[in-house]
Design a protein around this ligand. Structure first.
Ligand code: ADP
Ligand code: DP6
Ligand code: CO
Length: 342
């Protein structure tokens, strides 16, 4: 039943939502949280639009993420600033940002300054592409006064980076894979679950830029790992378990499903050629520590993305203990305070 095609382009899709003349503001600003998947997005059925092989489910990281400001550029030249540093426009980071802006302004002569800040490490497996493209999408929506609904913003953010579709929302979020050729049914939506005791802890093994980015890592896995064939069914099953865990407030089911899902994804990475091993010795040491703590009766689980860092999943009652066990643990309480979105 799946319809996949490379004929539809991002520009075609975005173009349908634009009027002939854009009226930019003097200043637009948006924040989007980073997010960590409990059931991972791993593999695309269509590359141009970042259409996934499977649906996924994540938790947004509240105050951790990207803040992006867009202003008109008086010099007539585009400018991209990351963490207060002006980037070379030919650098991959800047050219990806400008290519995304181009989808919206098309041929119109509207030079911009895009000034973005990440309060998480960039390209280290802490989902900067998710918060980055979600914040950019939200800022563009404001800047060009498009007033697009959230599901459209989520689908547009997805075209920047798949995981960004989920960063339009806070709390637990599901990205439905969709079936349509233009991908407009492949967007995220927030789940109606509030879990005040739920905590995510970042174990920062290394915050330097990874050697193989998520995009090429997933491409390599799909192309070369025969183990990948078992992934779609595993993801579908895990998604069901996560729904059940969220409906019943079953932390054990949630944590064990997320950890199993992450390890299954990493198994497909390791089974790729050349092999993709995002782990470092300290990642393995942290995993073993988690398993030892569980043996000792502490309910802590982990998940990992395309990078060496672990994300611990636990409940508020165990926070103090885990902070002493994992030096430098950065703890996020996803449900405390207002939704992190401007
Ligand atoms: P991560 O694990 O951090 O998501 P990825 O390899 O998926 O790593 O993505 C990193 C890429 O995301 C960067 O090279 C850049 O293209 C993009 N990115 C990161 N932060 C931002 C931002 N604030 N604004 C726009 N794009 C961003
Ligand atoms: C392992 O969204 O970064 O973090 O769509 O190519 O930009 P692109 O990839 P990206 O991939 C994220 C992969 C993951 C799992 C997840 O976040 O679901
Ligand atoms: Co990413």
């Amino acid at each position: 039943t799946e319809i996949a095609s490379d004929k539809v382009t991002k520009a075609d899709v975005v173009g349908r939502y634009l009027s002939a003349h854009l009226t930019p503001l003097e200043h637009a600003e948006a924040f989007a949280p980073s997010n960590i998947a409990l059931c991972k997005y791993w593999g695309k059925r269509q590359d141009e639009l970042n259409l996934p092989v499977n649906s996924s489910l994540s938790i947004s990281l509240a105050h951790l993420g990207s803040r992006t400001v867009i202003r008109p550029s008086a010099t007539g030249e585009d400018k991209v600033i990351l963490n207060a540093k002006v980037l070379d426009l030919d650098a991959p980071f800047a050219s990806k940002v400008i290519a995304f802006v181009d989808l919206f302004r098309r041929q119109q002569d509207l030079p911009v300054i895009v000034d973005t800040r990440n309060n998480i490490p960039t390209a280290a497996g802490l989902a900067s592409s998710a918060s980055g493209f979600a914040a950019l999408t939200l800022a563009l929506n404001q800047y060009f006064q498009l007033q697009l609904p959230d599901n459209v913003l989520s689908a547009f953010a997805r075209m920047g980076s798949g995981s960004a579709s989920r960063s339009i929302f806070s709390g637990f979020v599901e990205w439905q894979m969709g079936l349509h050729e233009d991908g407009m049914d492949s967007h995220a939506y927030p789940l109606d679950v509030v879990w005040p005791d739920f905590r995510v802890g970042l174990v920062k093994v290394s915050t330097s830029q990874k050697a193989v980015d998520s995009r090429s890592g997933m491409k390599r896995t799909v192309a070369t790992a025969s183990l990948y064939q078992s992934w779609p069914a595993q993801a579908a099953q895990d998604l069901e378990k996560l729904h059940q865990a969220l409906a019943q407030g079953d932390f054990t089911l949630l944590g064990s499903t997320a950890e199993h899902n992450a390890m299954s994804m990493h198994a497909t990475m390791i089974a790729s050629w050349p092999p993709l091993l995002y782990w470092q010795p300290d990642s393995v040491a942290a995993m073993q520590k988690v398993w030892a703590l569980r043996e000792a009766g502490i309910e802590v689980y982990f998940t990992m993305d395309a990078g060496p860092n672990l994300k611990l999943l636990f409940q508020a009652k165990d926070q103090a203990l885990l902070e002493t066990e994992f030096a430098g643990l950065e703890v996020v309480a996803p449900f405390s305070g207002a939704a992190a979105r401007v």
